[in-house]
Design a binder for this molecule. Structure first.
Ligand SMILES: CC(=O)N[C@@H](CCC[C@H](N)C(=O)O)C(=O)O
Length: 389
C-alpha cells in the first residue's frame, strides 16, 4: 500500500480525535500499530519492535536493498492537557486533551514517509521511531536510556520535523546551528502557615510569597542576562488555597525556562535559586525549588547533514523552503541529536492566527503531502550520498 493509496488527511483527522498525554498514548499506539501492520503486510524487509520498557513506543526498521548505514526518522505521538476550542467536526474526543502542538500532523507525515518507502524499498536501512512523551517526561531520553537504539536499531543519523503555524502550509523551514531552545522544568513549593483570613498576623501567607517570587523572577530576564542572547521564564501553573477566607499555608508553581545555549540555561537556573533563597528569608517560609532539564537540550542541528539538507531543499523547485530564526520552543529531539547527528526541520502548518499550544490551533491538512514528499525525497537523497560524510 503506497502513499497514493493511504488517505493521509483521514489518518490525520482520526489521530486528532484521540489525543493522549505523555506515556499514556495507548489508543494512539494501537491505531499506529494497526496501520503500520497494514502498510507493511507481505513485505519481507520490515521489522517492527514494540519495546516493553516504553510500551507506547513503536520502532519500524526497513532493511535496505544495499545498506551502507541506518537513517533514523522520528515522530512524537503525545498531546497536551488543553481543552480544544477549534469547533472542528473532527475535534478531540478525549475531554481536556488536545493535539495542540500538531503531533497528529507529525505522525501523519511519518506514516506517509513510511508508506512511500514500503512502496519504494530504501537502499539504506531506514528506522522509524514513533516516540511517546515529547511534551513532558522526556520520551527521547527514556528511549535512549532504555537501550532502544542498540545493535541494528542504532541510527547513524536522525531526522525529524516540527510543525510551525506561522509558516505557509507545506513550507520547509530550517537553519544551520541551533533550531530550538533547551528548556528546564521548574517546580517551586512554598510552605508557610495557614490561618484565618481575618488574622494575617498569626499566619504566613504563601499566595503573597509565591506572587512575590513570580514578580521578582521577571527581573532575571530583564536585568540578569545578555539581552542579545535572550531567554524565557514562564510559570503556566499556580496552585494555592482552598477558599476565600482561609490564608493559604502552601503554594505551588510550575514553569519552564528556555535558553538557546546550556550556558544560558545554567545562568537562569542559578538566578532562580538566588530568588528562591531571598524569598525564603524575607517571608520566613520554606521554598523548595526543583529544576529538571531531563532531555530537553537545545536542538543543535548537525552542520554537515543540515548543510546538505538545506542544499537539497533549496535546489528542489517543488519544495517551498525558508530559512528560519532559532525558536524558544523546546524539543526532546535535542537529546537524541546530542547522541546521533542529524537535523530537525519545521513544516509549515499554515495557521498564522494561532500559536502552538493554542486551544484553537488547527493545522492546514494541505501541509501533509508536501511534508511527505520533501522528507521522503531528502531521505532518498541521503541514501545516495557518499558514506564518508
Ligand atoms: C514544541 C514544543 O512546544 N515543545 C514543548 C517541549 C516541552 C518542554 C518541557 N516539558 C518544558 O516545559 O520545559 C515546549 O513547551 O516547548
Amino acid at each position: 500500500m503506497g502513499t497514493e493509496r493511504v488517505d493521509l488527511p483521514k489518518i490525520y483527522r482520526d489521530l486528532h480525535q484521540i489525543p493522549e498525554l505523555a506515556l499514556q498514548e495507548s489508543k494512539t499506539h494501537q491505531y499506529l500499530l494497526a496501520l503500520i501492520q497494514k502498510l507493511t503486510a507481505g513485505l519481507d524487509f520490515v521489522e517492527i519492535k514494540t519495546p516493553a520498557a516504553l510500551p507506547t513506543a513503536i520502532l519500524v526498521l526497513l532493511h535496505g536493498s544495499n545498506p551502507k548505514r541506518t537513517i533514523g526518522y522520528r515522530t512524537d505521538i503525545d498531546a497536551l492537557p488543553v481543552t480544544e476550542a477549534t469547533g472542528l467536526p473532527y475535534a478531540s474526543k478525549n475531554p481536556h486533551v488536545m493535539h495542540a502542538c500538531g503531533h497528529d500532523l507529525h505522525m501523519t507525515v511519518a506514516l506517509g514517509i513510511l508508506a512511500h518507502f514500503c512502496e519504494h524499498r530504501p537502499s539504506d536501512q531506514l528506522l522509524f521511531f514513533f516516540q511517546p512523551a515529547e511534551e513532558s517526561e522526556n520520551g527521547g531520553k527514556l528511549a535512549y536510556e532504555d537501550q532502544l537504539f542498540t545493535g541494528k536499531w542504532r541510527p547513524d543519523e536522525f531526522y525529524g520535523l516540527h510543525d510551525n503555524p506561522q509558516l505557509p502550509a507545506g513550507t520547509i523551514g530550517c537553519r544551520l546551528g541551533t533550531l530550538f531552545a533547551g528548556t528546564t522544568e521548574v517546580d517551586v513549593h512554598f510552605t508557610g502557615k495557614q490561618g484565618h483570613a481575618a488574622y494575617p498576623q498569626f499566619a504566613n501567607d504563601m499566595v503573597v510569597a509565591a506572587s512575590q517570587f513570580i514578580m521578582q523572577v521577571q527581573t532575571i530576564i530583564s536585568r540578569s542576562i545578555d539581552p542579545i542572547e535572550g531567554g524565557v521564564i514562564t510559570f503556566g501553573q499556580f496552585e494555592a488555597g482552598t477558599i476565600r477566607n482561609v490564608i493559604a499555608g502552601t503554594a505551588q508553581l510550575h514553569g519552564t525556562i528556555r535558553g538557546l545555549t546550556q550556558k544560558m540555561i545554567r545562568q537562569i537556573d542559578k538566578r532562580l535559586q538566588d530568588v528562591a533563597t531571598g524569598i525564603a528569608t524575607s517571608y520566613d517560609c520554606q521554598v523548595d525549588l526543583k529544576l529538571n532539564q531531563g532531555g530537553y537540550l537545545p536542538v543543535e542541528n548537525d552542520p554537515t547533514r543540515t548543510a546538505d539538507l538545506i542544499k537539497y531543499m533549496k535546489k528542489n523547485p517543488e519544495i517551498d523552503y525558508q530559512e528560519t530564526e532559532p525558536a524558544m520552543t523546546g524539543e526532546d529531539f535535542g537529546y537524541l541529536l546530542s547522541k546521533f547527528p542529524g537535523t530537525m526541520v519545521w513544516l509549515g502548518a499554515g495557521d498564522p492566527d494561532h500559536q502552538l499550544h493554542s486551544d484553537r490551533f488547527a493545522p492546514d491538512v494541505r501541509a501533509i503531502q508536501p511534508g511527505v514528499s520533501a522528507l521522503s525525497g531528502f531521505l532518498t537523497h541521503r541514501m545516495q550520498e557518499a558514506e564518508e560524510d
